[in-house]
Design a protein around this ligand. Structure first.
Ligand code: CA
Length: 225
């Protein structure tokens, strides 16, 4: 799994990163709020470990900004405080779980596993802004309205939602859809056009963005380009 650890205490950061790397994860690190937020919005992670007290922007703000951007990556918050208010605040700002410092590394690893398992490593219900895809029933809704997609559009949407708000390269989409032999060089473009008609056109805010020369991304606003 690819993990991002955002923690300003270098000793804790190094310990956590070493431990998780030793467990076979790929670990990226950030030591402040804005740096962590930027990484989370531009790279594709499976889970984020997020400290609350951070320079630049605290963990609650990072979490809120990520969720507002339509990012559904599981987040485990680290807090030095055990006050009920802090925990509620963390969960309210969109965290999936929290861990009170000081914690044993083995406990963090267990929480990570549990959160990933809960989300299937692969969330069953994907959500980007007001767009929701249930990966089991393959039902798609936006703003409570049910949307009908053909199987190819559905697959594209699922791929983009799983990586949101990161950009998915054209080649990666084509490969996932058609393997080594896309039906024609314009096939992806026409499916994206169709997808946009259904998912974005009837709604005030566009979620599907074309990153010219690179690929596509799903999310609110234009960041993450
Ligand atoms: Ca801190």
């Amino acid at each position: 799994m690819r993990l991002l650890v955002i923690e300003d205490n270098r000793e804790i950061l190094a310990n956590v990163a070493d431990y998780l790397t030793g467990q076979g994860h790929l670990v990226d690190c950030a030591e402040n709020g804005p740096g962590g937020l930027h990484l989370a919005l531009t790279e594709a992670y499976d889970l984020i470990v997020l400290d609350i007290g951070l320079p630049g922007m605290d963990g609650y703000a990072v979490c809120t900004r990520l969720r507002d951007a339509g990012c559904s990556i599981p987040i485990i918050m680290l807090t030095a405080r055990d006050a009920l208010d802090d925990r509620l605040h963390g969960l309210k700002s969109g965290a999936d779980d929290y861990l009170v410092k000081p914690f044993a590394l083995a406990e963090l690893a267990a929480r990570i596993e549990a959160v990933l398992r809960r989300s299937g490593g692969h969330a069953r219900q994907l959500r980007v802004g007001d767009l929701v895809l249930d990966a089991d029933s393959l039902r798609v809704e936006r703003a409570g309205q049910s949307l009908k997609l053909n199987p190819t559009c559905l697959k594209i949407l699922e791929l983009l939602m799983r990586k949101s708000p990161a950009t998915v390269r054209r080649e990666a989409l084509e490969e996932a859809l058609w393997g080594d032999s896309p039906p024609s060089s314009d096939s992806l473009r026409s499916h994206m056009h169709l997808l946009r008609q259904i998912v974005d056109k009837p709604f005030p805010e566009p979620l599907l963005h074309t990153m010219h020369g690179i690929g596509y991304r799903l999310g609110k606003g234009d960041h993450g380009a």
